[in-house]
Structure formats: structure tokens, C-alpha cells
Design a protein around this ligand. Structure first.
Ligand SMILES: [Mn+2]
Length: 450
């Protein structure tokens, strides 16, 4: 919790979801289960983004129920029961009183009682929104409630007749960021940009990738972020060619590039920045060629992030522009159209150039609607992240480009006018990156800490 962030308008969000629901319908949003790690240890818990977006409630074993046009409460929470003995071990719980008083539930029950209450709440609903197929632990509970209603139905017509995916309902709202959400995302972007700057300044040849990871994540926590929004990637040298390299256990050698892909999470919203920089003072000529190519494409793509553009066209454009550069750099030979057509570019650029960003790093929201790419709108936040990766053993490529991976990724808020890059505080221009490297090596010395 960061003290000076405005509290998010959860009641207003629920009102917007309810407004979009038909009369006599209900929607249920269960939390994800706690994941065991080993022995008595669990992975740190992260609330399901839908539950978090609707309520701000972070505890596991939660079910949020919204009801419209039905007798009784419109917002019900099922939560863990207060348990002083357990709370000594696992932390404070809001309990049913807290759910009502602090989280605004009109009715709240202990989650252990969900079986006995759920059927009653759903009996008069004709439609139920639930992420069927993805309900996890809650699935059997819901099945039991629905089966109970079906059995009772023999006497009268009771229980929902239609199950609807809540995605279009809720995720359409999550996709378009409100000003309060943008404020939180700006904070996440600022903290993340600072972490990247710090890492870019502090790297010395001989350091472990894990040290860079530690520095980045230290800055996240020092600045009050919840932590990371996705596992930090620090890849030196050809490790940068492994897209989701999270081992981070290699040594950073003189002359290598270091790729850092990391994002802080603030109040459940994550940033997503990638920077690539030399371990020494400057890029060598091969690194510089690859970097210039990616940076040029990245900046031109950012400029396309305007209402009316769509993610399919952005990716097609990225492919074309990167393929042109691959030909310039002699990574590929042939005409650009043919190389795009044959997907030859995938040897060096195998991923997508953009995704929505929000509470999930690959955020919800359909990029294609009814078979057609969806036009982007002001208020959406996307990443722009082209890259070029030349594996060390790539045949028939200039030697000086081998074993180099470059990705440059910014977070971009679409506005009615020019795109707003939220992550400009992380340097990406060659002159700025090299200046930071020089001052960092001067400040910290050339060899790793003992
Ligand atoms: Mn990304």
C-alpha cells in the first residue's frame, strides 16, 4: 500500500459491471487457490485480478458475488473466517465484519458456508456469469449449488438457465483505464524506470545476472511497490536470446550486452519495461547495428500507437520493418515481401510486438472482436517491444552479430492525440545509455563487489 496513492473506486467499478448486466442475473468471481511451494511453505499469494479489480480484497479463499434485479443484496462476499489462532501465523484477516465495513459488501459470509448460501442467492437468477472451465476449487462448489437448484426445479422453475463468460462484461472495463488507474500505472512505470536506470548504472563486468535482478527488485520494494508483476529477466550475452530467461544465474562478461525485462507492481497494476545495454562503456559495432535497428523500429512503432490502430496491424508493421532491417544487416537475404510471406523473419524475431497492460502483464481484453482486429482507443495501455535475437550458432549470418539479443520495450498510454510513453525515464537512446554506463563505471569501479 502506498500512502499517497488515491484509493481506487471499487464501488464505482462494481456499479459499472452491474449496469452492464441484464436484469435477474448474477456474476461470481472466485479467487485463485494458494499454491503450495514445499513442505509447509506456500508461494506468496496474489489475488485474482478480477477479484482485485472489483474489491481491492487480497485474501485467498474469497468469492465475490454480484446480483442484479434480484431480491436481497447486490454485492456479497464470501471470505475466510476470523481466526485469532491462525492469524498469529498467517496474518490478519478481514473476516465477515471487515468485508462489510471495509470492503463495502452488503452481505458477507464465511467461505466455509458458501455451499449453504450460494444456491439461495442464485435461485431467482436467469443467467449466471462465471468463468466456466477456469473456476478451479470453486467449480465443484458451484456445480453442487446449480445441481441443488435443478433438483428443486422439478417443483418450480428455479436457477440460472444460461452460463455466460464474464470476460466481455468485466474485461472490457479493465481494458480501458480510468484516470485513477492511469495514475497508479504511472507510479508503477516511474518505479520501474528508476529500477532500470539503477541497473543500467550499476552493472560491472563480472557481476552475476542475479545481482542485477536483486538491484531491480530492491528498487521496486524500496519505492513501495508490491514487488514484481512478472518474474524479472536478466540475460547477459546470448542469454538475451532466450525470451523468458529467468534463471539469471550467469556471469556478465566484459563486452556483452545485458537485457533486463522487469516490471514493478503497484496496487495490483504492473509496468513492463525492457532495456538492453552494454556491460562495458559502449556498444561494439555489431551490437550497435542491432541496437540501432531495434530502436529505430521501436520509436516508429510507438508513434503508431494511436486510436484506430490495432494490435494486428502493429505486429504486421513490426514484422515488415524488422525484416527490412534484417536484410540491411545481412541476417536474411532476399526480398522483404518473400521473407515476410515465408516467415523467415521468425528466426530472429519470434514474438509479438505488443500486448495490453494493466493488472495482468498480458492484460485482459480482446484484441480481435468478431474476427476483426479491434481498433485501439484512448485510455488503453499497451507495450511496444520489438526485438532482434541472433543465436550464437546461427548459420550464414555476419559473425559480429552472433550471440546478441536486443529488445526495447516501453509502456504506452493511448490518448486522443500523441501517444504518451509512460516509461521515458528509462534511457534508451544510445548516447544516454552510454553516458549512464560511463558514469556508472566511474562511480562503482570496473570490477564486481567483493
Ligand atoms: Mn511485455
Amino acid at each position: 500500500m502506498i500512502a499517497d496513492l488515491p484509493s481506487l473506486p471499487f464501488a464505482e467499478r462494481r456499479a459499472r459491471v452491474l449496469a452492464a448486466m441484464p436484469e435477474r442475473s448474477a456474476a461470481v468471481f472466485p479467487s485463485l487457490p494458494v499454491a503450495p511451494r514445499n513442505g509447509d511453505v506456500e508461494y506468496p499469494y496474489r489475488q485474482h485480478s478480477d477479484v482485485l479489480w472489483l474489491t481491492g480484497f487480497k485474501e485467498p479463499e474469497t468469492v465475490v458475488l454480484l446480483r442484479k434485479g434480484l431480491d436481497g443484496p447486490s454485492f456479497v462476499m464470501f471470505v475466510r473466517r476470523r481466526d485469532p489462532e491462525m492469524e498469529v501465523w498467517t496474518g490478519r484477516r478481514a473476516g465477515v465484519d471487515g468485508a462489510r465495513e471495509r470492503f463495502g459488501a452488503e452481505a458477507a459470509h464465511e467461505v466455509g458456508d458458501v455451499r449453504s448460501h450460494l444456491g439461495g442467492y442464485l435461485r431467482e437468477a436467469t443467467a449466471l456469469y462465471v468463468a466456466f472451465g477456469r473456476t478451479g476449487w470453486f467449480g465443484p462448489v458451484l456445480d453442487e449449488a446449480l445441481e441443488g437448484l435443478r433438483r428443486a426445479k422439478r417443483q418450480s422453475w428455479h436457477g440460472p438457465m444460461a452460463l455466460l463468460d464474464p470476460g466481455p462484461l468485466l474485461h472490457e472495463l479493465r481494458l480501458r483505464k480510468t484516470p485513477d488507474e492511469v495514475a497508479v500505472m504511472r507510479r508503477a512505470a516511474d518505479i520501474t524506470a528508476e529500477a532500470h536506470r539503477q541497473a543500467m548504472e550499476a552493472v560491472r563486468p563480472g557481476m552475476g545476472e542475479y545481482e542485477v535482478q536483486a538491484l531491480v527488485e530492491y528498487t521496486f520494494r524500496r519505492r513501495g511497490a508490491d514487488g514484481w508483476g512478472y518474474p524479472t529477466i536478466v540475460g547477459a550475452g546470448d542469454n538475451a536470446c532466450i525470451l523468458h530467461y529467468v534463471e539469471n544465474d550467469d556471469r556478465i562478461e566484459e563486452g556483452e550486452l545485458v537485457l533486463v525485462d522487469a516490471g514493478a507492481e503497484v496496487s495490483g497494476y504492473t509496468a513492463d519495461i525492457t532495456r538492453t545495454f552494454p556491460a562495458g562503456r559502449r556498444f561494439d559495432p555489431g551490437q550497435r547495428d542491432l541496437y540501432d535497428a531495434v530502436l529505430d523500429v521501436q520509436k516508429r512503432l510507438v508513434d503508431l500507437a494511436r486510436p484506430g490502430m490495432d494490435l494486428t496491424r502493429l505486429q504486421d508493421t513490426a514484422i515488415r520493418w524488422l525484416t527490412e532491417r534484417m536484410v540491411d544487416l545481412r541476417l536474411l537475404r532476399g526480398d522483404v515481401d518473400g521473407l515476410v510471406e515465408s516467415k523467415a523473419f521468425r528466426r530472429f524475431y519470434p514474438h509479438g510486438v505488443s500486448h495490453f497492460l494493466g493488472m495482468d502483464v498480458h492484460d485482459v481484453g480482446a484484441s480481435v472482436l468478431e474476427g476483426r482486429p479491434r481498433p485501439l482507443e484512448a485510455g488503453m495501455v499497451i507495450t511496444v517491444e520489438p526485438g532482434l535475437y541472433v543465436p550464437p550458432d546461427a548459420p550464414k549470418v555476419p559473425k559480429r552479430l552472433r550471440g546478441i539479443g536486443v529488445r526495447i520495450e516501453d509502456d504506452v498510454l493511448l490518448t486522443a492525440g500523441d501517444p504518451e510513453v509512460l516509461t521515458t525515464a528509462a534511457p534508451k537512446e544510445v548516447a544516454d545509455v552510454e553516458a549512464l554506463r560511463r558514469s556508472g563505471l566511474k562511480k562503482y569501479g570496473r570490477s564486481p563487489a567483493a
